[in-house]
Design a protein around this ligand. Structure first.
Ligand code: HEM
Length: 453
């Protein structure tokens, strides 16, 4: 029991994949004191996560300290969660608000990153997509949420730096398996990460308070025409649609759930295409034929660029950045696929195994974008309409940021590939090994860049 817990701390999703292959579509493991059910079949997962009794969250001690367990990501399935989720889906992350922040904040940051990479290529320098995307995506998310405050630029910039440092601490520490979550006796041992988490949660709360106060007092604030997501929230607070404490929680949710996920998706796709120059050349041909030199790819070009889209979808399957979704918890005894799921059990949706299961995918361990191309009659690929492709999860807790992520990832990829060619430094493929974390990342890597236009 102890040994297998330690084994699971690294490459957790791969260890769980091995267990699922051995024990079947529903298996019950005991991580220390915590019964953990792993669901690895798309039909069973769709059914299970569509049920209210499996829509609670299993919250680790560190995350409980950091978030108070009341935010959209971690709140139990109940009235508060429903109110935030409805607001996020219908208003906060609606197409209208997304268009607004894309035009005001996102496009400029994407274009700036492409310019920076092009200039580095001209100077003969290597680019490091994971590092550059992490930086630009956190700036992008921060701007989308808080906007830009010209009048107090100094303090605003300082708060931004402090908040990004806080978010990075959470990325680095929140996923570390804390044995005390599973073995109650260990709760009595000193734990520095938990102590630091208490301090970090106070720091995070104070920064968000200051930023919100700044936003409320912004000169010329006009909530009938919001310029960023915080202003959308303040407008809805006035109408009573959401409570003020939800605004603090939602700001952190957007920064935590939205930054690393999208950055890692773009990082993976660039790496996979740099390792496969012949596929990257097909993307370039498509972009040249459809977009040409005088225009820039936009969010409306997805159906006009089917091969480029297929590469992105295949990248999200082949390297699933959220391999076990976010842990769920059973609110009561229930059954999945004929097996008992005891009340209180942690329930993991094994998206990684579903994305690599030969029952649903031919040659699942190969990168084959063609499986996501439209069918000959023009209808979408079966891979897209079935239930075995679920990078954003399924059921009640599925990702409310999907539209946001699809827009920002698409803009990054198409604008980079339209303008640039990416090559591995020595001309031979780089490692595609996965590093387990809050989102699965590639090993650090650098690429050569060549300007195409
Ligand atoms: C490529 C990028 C992304 C991927 C692959 C992704 C994937 C996921 C997955 C697998 C879940 C868990 C589903 C479950 O537990 O059953 C999730 C939850 C969530 N995601 Fe995303 N996500 C991405 C980007 C984003 C963005 C950009 C935002 C915000 C703007 C966001 C906000 C959230 C939130 C708030 C939740 C929790 C929902 C809840 O518990 O009710 N995500 N995401």
């Amino acid at each position: 029991m102890f040994g297998s817990l330690l084994e699971l701390r690294h490459d957790t999703h791969l260890a769980i994949d091995r267990l699922a292959r051995h024990y079947g579509d529903v298996c019950l493991l005991r991580f220390g004191n915590v019964p953990t059910v792993i669901i690895s079949h798309p039909d069973l997962l769709q059914d299970a996560f569509g049920r209210p009794e499996l829509a609670d969250r299993w919250v680790s001690e560190i995350m409980d300290i950091l978030s108070s367990g009341n935010d959209l990501v971690l709140a139990p399935y109940g009235d508060r969660w429903r109110q935030m989720q409805r607001f996020a889906n219908r208003e906060l992350l609606s197409a209208r608000n997304l268009d607004n922040v894309r035009e005001r904040h996102i496009e400029g940051i994407v274009n700036g990153l492409v310019d920076e990479m092009a200039a580095m290529g001209d100077a003969g320098e290597l680019v490091s997509p994971p590092v550059m995307l992490a930086r630009s995506n956190s700036e992008m998310m921060f701007r989308a949420v808080f906007g830009r405050d010209e009048d107090s630029a100094g303090e605003f910039v300082q708060l931004r730096g402090a908040l990004l440092q806080h978010v990075n601490w959470i990325f680095a520490n929140a996923n570390a398996t804390n044995l005390a979550d599973y073995i109650p006796l260990m709760k009595f041992l000193p734990n520095n990460a938990l102590k630091e988490a208490v301090r970090q949660s106070e720091i995070g709360a104070a920064i968000i308070d200051s930023l919100l106060q700044g936003a409320r007092n912004r000169p010329g604030l006009d909530l009938s025409a919001p310029t960023c997501l915080v202003e959308v929230m303040l407008a809805q607070e006035e109408t009573g649609e959401i409570e003020s404490d939800m605004i603090n929680d939602l700001c952190m949710d957007l920064l935590l759930a939205g930054t690393d996920t999208s950055a890692q998706t773009v990082s993976w796709t660039l790496l996979l295409l740099a390792n496969r120059p012949e596929l990257q050349a097909k993307v370039h041909d498509e972009l040249d034929g459809v977009i040409g030199s005088d225009a820039l790819p936009t969010v409306d070009d997805r159906t006009r660029l089917p091969y480029t889209f297929a590469c992105l979808a295949e990248s999200m399957r082949y390297r699933t950045i959220g391999p076990l979704a976010v842990p769920h918890q059973a609110a009561e005894d229930t059954e999945v696929g004929g097996y008992l799921v005891p009340a209180g059990a942690q329930v993991l949706g094994n998206i990684y195994s579903i994305h690599h299961d030969p029952r649903f995918w031919d040659s699942p361990d190969d990168f084959i974008p063609e499986r996501f191309l439209p069918q000959s009659d023009g209808s979408p690929a079966a891979a897209l309409t079935g239930n075995a492709f679920i990078p954003f999860g399924t059921g009640h807790r599925r990702c409310p940021g999907r539209r946001f992520a699809e827009t920002t990832v698409w803009l990054h990829l198409t604008r980079m590939l339209h303008r640039l060619r990416f090559e591995t430094p020595a001309g031979s493929p780089l490692s595609e090994a996965e590093v387990f974390g809050l989102a699965i990342s590639p090993l650090p890597y650098s690429l050569r860049v060549e300007r195409r236009r």
